[in-house]
Design a protein around this ligand. Structure first.
Ligand code: GLA
Length: 402
């Protein structure tokens, strides 16, 4: 019996394949708490793994085929391991296929499998359902066909199962390699030049804790999260990172860094950006200004959390939103309205857009005892302003994928 529970994925498997899955994996979504578009600039970012998951139930097959079904899409997908290519009518399967290709590239040996996928992470809300699918795929392949990954690829000897058929828990270094596999899948197969925030967050989550990621050294640390409520407000405007806006922001950041004579914007501060302004295009300047200010805010935010100053931390969240809106320009009218409405409520400590932007959701830090009233206020006012229904979600901070 699998030790992890993902009941909907397990029952979808039974319904579709007519038997019980042999393995189950589960990967959480994430919320970016502070640090917007800092990850691919080698910067700092704070995130949370939250209690919305992709469940992945699977069993091995001997015919070299991979058959995938998902509760979210009408189209399933079947393909041979040796013929992995994108299928325009089942684009969602690209996240799985990309991971399989990356694992193979690193020398991981595996054969076919059947899998059923069910997610509770809202899609297009900026909570990284795609990274969770990638991570769940990689961990499922590990359960089906055990492997150990190091910086140079798969180890010659795979890990042994114990008497209950369980594998040893993943070491932190191996979690990092899996995060890199998943990021590469998205960069190379899906075509989004994302950083490593989402994949690390899904793999390194810790209950009640903030994940502090240094994207230069790839050092991951945990700090206690203030006992306030984390509430997500989904604007209802889908964001599709596959649209070119995300890659365009990244290109502007990279060309700004180059013109300022550094490898990544992590290596410059606001003063240096101002001094080099005449060498940058307007967009490059705006992006560099946002990223350097945002990295400084993450440093200040971590200090505020250590000092238990939640109000101050919330102020940094508001400032982050303003910087994304005014400099990075990845906000939308709806996200701005959500932050404006949140600010009006006395229980709200901070609010900002979370994730890629161009739609998606805001993250709100709200005093526990005012959470109900905050959610009520947000739903009522947002519908009044936009005509769109809003159902805020309270998120619990959870452990990473297993
Ligand atoms: C998306 C990307 C991440 C990160 C955020 C913005 O979620 O996948 O790598 O860049 O946007 O911070």
């Amino acid at each position: 019996m699998p030790s992890i529970d993902a009941p909907e994925a397990q029952s979808l498997f039974k319904r579709h394949f007519g038997r019980t899955p042999t393995h189950v994996s589960r990967a959480p979504g994430r919320l970016e708490l502070l640090g917007n578009h800092t990850d691919y600039n080698d910067g700092l970012v704070m995130s949370l793994a939250v209690d919305r998951y992709i469940g992945f139930a699977s069993s091995p097959r001997t015919d070299g085929r991979i058959e995938l079904v998902s509760s979210a899409f009408a189209e399933g997908e079947v393909f041979l391991l040796d013929e992995i290519k994108s299928n325009p009518s089942a684009r969602w399967a690209d996240y799985v296929k990309g991971v399989l290709l990356q694992l193979r590239k690193r020398g991981v040996n595996f054969s076919g499998f059947s899998a059923a996928i069910h997610g509770t992470i809202p899609m297009g809300a900026g909570m990284s359902s795609s990274a969770a699918l990638e991570v769940a795929t990689a961990l499922s392949v590990r359960r089906l066909y055990p492997f150990s990954l190091g910086a140079t690829g798969a180890a010659a000897t795979p890990p042994a199962r114990d008497s209950r058929g369980e594998l040893p828990p993943l070491a932190p270094e191996e979690r990092l390699e899996i995060a890199k596999v998943c990021r590469a899948a998205e960069n190379e197969f899906v075509g989004v030049k994302c950083g490593i925030l989402d994949q690390i967050s899904s793999l390194y989550g810790k209950a009640w804790s903030v994940i502090d990621i240094d994207c230069q050294s790839l050092k991951v640390e945990h700090a206690p999260m203030p006992g306030e409520a984390i509430i997500v407000c989904n604007s209802g405007v889908k964001h599709a990172l596959v649209g070119g806006e995300y890659n365009e922001l990244r290109e502007n950041c990279e060309s700004a860094a180059k013109k300022l004579g550094v490898r990544a914007l992590r290596s410059v501060d606001l003063k240096q950006v101002e001094a080099g302004k005449s060498r940058l295009t307007r967009r490059e300047y705006e992006c560099a200004r946002h990223v350097t200010g945002e990295i400084a805010r993450v440093v200040a935010g971590a200090r505020a959390l250590r000092e238990d100053d939640h109000r101050q931390f919330g102020q940094y969240m508001f400032q982050s939103h303003e910087s994304s809106r005014d400099f990075l320009k990845n906000s939308t009218r709806e996200l701005d309205i959500l932050v404006e409405l949140a600010r009006e409520h006395p229980g709200c400590l901070g609010a900002r857009l979370t994730g890629g932007g161009f739609g998606g959701a805001t993250i709100n830090l709200v005093s526990y005892h005012q959470a109900e009233s905050f959610m009520h206020h947000m739903s009522r006012k947002y519908e009044e302003r936009t005509g769109v229904k809003l159902t805020p979600i309270v998120c619990q901070i959870v452990d990473g994928a297993d």
